[in-house]
Design a protein around this ligand. Structure first.
Ligand SMILES: Cc1cc2nc3c(=O)[nH]c(=O)nc-3n(C[C@H](O)[C@H](O)[C@H](O)COP(=O)(O)OP(=O)(O)OC[C@H]3O[C@@H](n4cnc5c(N)ncnc54)[C@H](O)[C@@H]3O)c2cc1C
Length: 506
């Protein structure tokens, strides 16, 4: 058994798998090591009774269609990973409380989206069209940035608009477009997918994510997210890579300040490059020797704000979606039309928003005939969970799950409680145990005005504090989400391949 690899990846989450698939495909001897018995991290599924539940995926951005593929579809083709994609017809339904509350179902496709928003909010069309025009400029700048060489002077001269949009918040930009308030609120529905308040979240990042959902239509694999993870597992193995499951990396080995391998218990394995799909905090405090971690690395992770906590209820129902009158795939239920109030609601377990998905409405065979599944998610701030302890855990968990189900029943006028055959509840503690992230957040670090996606990409290599050690995942440059994790893994593998080439020549 070999004791030396070109690349060792710690963690088989989406970004870890994407990195390993790319390095293995390009001939580097790659080993990926995962604590769990399955690949994917968030991207997996689990079974209870006769139901198989999707564990995290509502929808992916930037898959596009066969005729008009987005970068995620292109990446899976590049890897030759066998995945069947399914597109959603509607982007989302949003129901809000409050005096100016509304119930809007928005289609995917830019033209259809603009027409529907004009119907909902007369005289809003022009400003929404202008928004999608701005999105094209952001896409052009991202294409340049993905090339690997990010020259600030080229960005300033050829992509000045993205620099402007990345230094202004979503709220500032929508006001500058003179978009009517209600249209702004509808356009901001997806803020939860980046988990930052719209008065701080930069426009370039939000627009990129939002327009990719709307223009390419949201998508998912036909057999739940586990299909994606298994397809990448196969790509890695087909290209000579190895995956060790049920194995935890306990240490990152260093020599003269450089990462040179990992330890699993007492066993040492060496590598030219080590890639951590685990959180930087985990690497700095648990895996690296203290003297190998520079002070500025610690300062940076301490300055960053960790992403939100997740709480999810999975329901297996013994009636079909049709029988129960469940027509939508994706519904956002907010307490108020105002996105800042929606953000604040995460501080209160009795008020936080609920996002509900019924997979059977996109993939009818997602569960047995005559049944369906519902997937209800809320997000919470640390504050909303700080009083939870061993004594009250069960009570808090059951109360919140009940409140989420009742919110759905009341807002949609649909009864589901009598038809619950299986119920599984995942709390921040469940996600923390499974993902090994702080408080179980799947969202990395919340983007901030000083710490935008663009700033992170531009800083790129400056954030590499330990030579030969790379970080990939929701906590890295492109922030949270499936698409971000795949492109972050792919681009980091590109950096490693370039370094490996340089080493070969030297
Ligand atoms: C309920 C829910 C709903 C979501 N919905 C969506 C959605 O609709 N669309 C979307 O785009 N995103 C969604 N997300 C977010 C998305 O899933 C994540 O942002 C993304 O998948 C994170 O990927 P990652 O690469 O950071 O890895 P993670 O999923 O965090 O995986 C990291 C892996 O590393 C492993 N690991 C950690 N430490 C070690 C160690 N020492 N040794 C070995 N292995 C280790 C862990 O076991 C884990 O498998 C959702 C997340 C959740 C939880």
């Amino acid at each position: 058994m070999t004791n030396h690899y070109n690349v060792i990846v710690i963690g088989a989450g989406n970004a870890g798998l994407a990195t390993a698939a790319t390095t293995a495909k390009n001939g580097l001897k790659t080993l990926i090591i995962e604590r769990n018995i399955l690949p994917g991290g968030c991207a997996t599924s689990f079974s209870r009774g006769r139901f198989e539940f999707e564990s995290s995926l509502h929808e992916l951005a930037n898959v596009g269609t066969e005729q008009n593929p987005g970068s995620v579809r292109n990446l899976f083709e590049y890897w030759q990973a066998d995945v069947t994609w399914v597109n959603e017809e509607n982007a989302f339904r949003v129901i809000t409380g409050g005096e100016d509350g509304y119930d809007a179902t928005m289609p995917s496709g830019i033209e259809a989206f603009c027409s529907e928003i004009e119907r909902q909010v007369p005289d809003s069309r022009k400003s929404v069209e202008a928004l999608f025009e701005c999105a094209q400029k952001v896409e052009a700048a991202m294409a340049y940035m993905s090339s690997g060489k990010v020259d600030p002077s080229v960005l300033a001269s050829e992509h000045a608009d993205i620099m402007r949009m990345s230094s202004h918040s979503v709220d500032e930009c929508l006001n500058a477009l003179n978009m009517p308030k209600k249209a702004q609120n509808i356009v901001k529905t997806y803020w939860t997918y980046l988990g930052a308040p719209t008065d701080k979240l930069d426009m370039a990042h939000y627009l990129l994510m939002m327009s990719r959902y709307i223009s390419g239509s949201p998508a998912m694999p036909s057999m739940k997210s586990h299909e994606l993870s298994l397809a990448l597992d196969k790509v890695i193995k087909d290209n000579g890579g190895e995956i060790w499951y049920n194995t935890e990396v306990t240490e990152i080995l260093t020599e003269n300040g450089k990462a040179v391998g990992i330890k699993i218990g007492e066993r040492e394995i060496f590598a030219d490059f080590v890639v951590a799909n685990c959180f930087p905090e985990t690497a700095y405090t648990k895996l690296l020797p203290k003297e190998a971690v520079p002070e500025k690395a610690v300062k940076l992770v301490n300055a960053r704000k960790k992403g939100e906590l997740f709480f999810t209820v999975y329901l297996g129902l013994n009636r079909s979606a049709q029988e129960l009158g469940i027509k939508d795939y994706s519904v956002f239920i907010y307490n108020s039309p105002d996105s800042l109030e929606q953000y604040k609601s995460m501080d209160n377990r009795d008020e936080s928003f609920v996002i509900v998905n019924c997979l059977n409405n996109v993939i009818p065979k997602a569960s047995e005939e005559g049944t369906c599944t519902l997937f209800l998610t809320t997000m919470l701030s640390e504050k909303a969970w700080e009083d939870v302890n061993e004594e009250n855990y069960k009570k808090v968990k059951n109360k919140l799950a009940k409140r989420m189900i009742e919110t759905y029943e009341q807002k949609l006028g649909i009864s589901v409680t009598p038809y619950i055959e299986e119920i599984v509840i995942a709390t921040p503690a469940t996600f923390a145990r499974y993902l090994n992230t702080p408080y179980g957040t799947p969202y990395g670090y919340e983007v901030q005005p000083w710490d935008t996606m663009i700033a992170r990409i531009m800083n790129g290599s400056k954030e590499q504090f330990v030579e030969n050690l790379y970080f990939v995942g929701a906590h890295s440059d492109r922030a949270d989400g499936y698409s971000s994790a795949y492109s972050n893994g792919y681009s980091t593998a590109g950096r490693i391949l370039r370094e490996a080439k340089k080493n070969e020549k030297a």
